[in-house]
Design a protein around this ligand. Structure first.
Ligand code: UD1
Ligand code: UDP
Length: 368
């Protein structure tokens, strides 16, 4: 049984569900907690996933305690009734950790996909670093995306025979969704692209809990200053549904004539928009993994990253969340062609597009 709750988990689990369903010896059920609602449904629809169970638990302004308790109670019933042989979770959300805990309480083995990413800082990203560590100690099969992630698990005492380096399934999802000649169907996006066709597009997303409030304010102020300094740039910003994000974004960027605030985009237009952008400014985990293989430079507005591979390769730069550092780095990349060129070398440290098949193969060969 595959369990997930948010947009990025759904994107990265979709290839795994597809691969598992191609195996005659596996019956793959899907349970969604719906920690996200609209943003989850967008992905379910695109990948044609119809959940067997839907806990439908999202509440506006939910706290970590709300999510934790509701996922734990909701999954108890599903697990007791269905008694799956294996629970598969993904990544580092609260759904991930709590689903692994619920599986432990029901004494069902756990497989953790995208295991082993670490910053080493308990509170950054918050609560994802701890969610991921807690999932690790509850897990029986660890699917690490990279060798670095495997090393992190070994350092924490995970037995080597339980770790499988598979690549990241986000690359499977990306490659199956990217279209070289993609035409944008949404008339609003078409219009924005038409108006901006002579300009350089900066694509922006922000949502991390530790960035809510003052850090986001500083990031958006830096973006405003960048737009003032470079009249040949414009912004497309699909704004996360979190009302705490929306409030500050609208306040600081809402009135700028070259800022386009739009609703979260479906995955297909979003990745194809990434491919057309000049620069990406984000605190997202998944986008840090996708953009390098498209050759688009990414400035990560965070103090830490659990994804050091693309930073090492030079296509991703960690710029923090303070006004000065964000503004200076944007300015450097927009004015220094050599610096820009260096960062836009396509590289793909995260996978070859076959991670999901590997995971399904390993699961089908295992008696866990
Ligand atoms: C969650 C994950 C984070 C992941 C992110 C991906 C946790 C604690 N956080 O953060 O690790 O990176 O998802 O986006 O697991 N909302 C809606 N509709 C939606 C989705 C969200 O209205 O479809 C609003 C709700 O008011 C909700 C709020 O956004 O309360 C925050 O959602 P939540 O899942 O708690 O946190 P995220 O910041 O989305
Ligand atoms: N994404 C999307 N539409 C958007 C913004 C992002 O489909 O409007 C995709 C993006 O390509 C990536 C994933 O959502 O695959 C990242 O989700 P998010 O940033 O919410 O979470 P994180 O990866 O930080 O956990």
């Amino acid at each position: 049984m595959v369990v997930f709750g948010t947009r990025p988990e759904a994107i990265k689990m979709a290839p795994v569900i597809r691969a598992l369903r191609q195996k005659a010896e596996i019956l793959c059920q899907v349970t969604v907690t719906a920690q996200h609602r609209e943003m989850l449904d967008q992905v379910l629809e695109l990948f044609k996933i119809v959940p067997d169970f839907d806990l439908n638990l999202m509440k506006q302004g939910q706290t970590l305690t709300d999510i934790t308790t509701r996922v734990l109670c909701g999954l108890r019933e599903v697990f007791q009734r269905e008694l799956p042989d294996l629970i598969l979770v993904h990544g580092d959300t609260t759904t991930t950790f709590v689903a692994a805990l619920a599986a432990f309480y029901a004494q069902i083995p756990v497989g953790h996909i995208e295991a082993g990413l670490r910053t080493g800082n308990k509170y950054s990203p918050f609560p994802e670093e701890m969610n991921r560590k807690l999932a690790t100690v509850l897990t029986d099969l660890h699917f690490a995306p990279t060798e670095t992630a495997k090393k992190n698990l070994l350092l924490e005492g995970v037995e080597p025979e339980k770790i499988f380096v598979t690549g990241n399934t986000v690359i499977d999802a990306l490659l199956s969704t990217m279209k070289p000649e993609y035409g944008f169907h949404d008339p609003h996006i078409q219009q924005i692209l038409e108006q901006g066709k002579e300009l350089r597009m900066i694509l922006v997303t922000t949502h991390r809990r530790e960035n809510l409030g003052e850090p986001m304010r500083q990031i958006y102020q830096a973006l405003r200053s960048t737009l003032e300094m470079f009249p040949d740039t414009y912004v497309i910003f699909p704004v996360h549904k979190n009302p705490k994000v929306r409030k500050v974004v609208t306040e600081i960027l809402g009135s700028h004539p070259r800022v386009n605030l739009v609703e979260p985009l479906d995955y297909e237009p979003f990745v194809n928009l990434m491919a057309r952008s000049h620069l990406i400014l984000t605190d997202s985990g998944g986008i840090q993994e996708e953009a390098p293989s498209l050759g688009i430079p990414v400035l990560v507005v965070r103090d830490t990253t659990e994804r050091p591979e693309a930073v090492g390769a030079g296509t991703v730069s960690l710029v923090g969340t303070e006004y000065d550092s964000v503004f200076m780095e944007m300015k450097r990349l927009l004015s220094d062609q050599n610096a820009y060129k260096k960062m836009s070398m396509a590289c793909n440290p995260y996978g070859d597009g076959c991670a999901a098949d590997r995971i399904a193969e390993i699961i089908s060969g295992k008696r866990v």
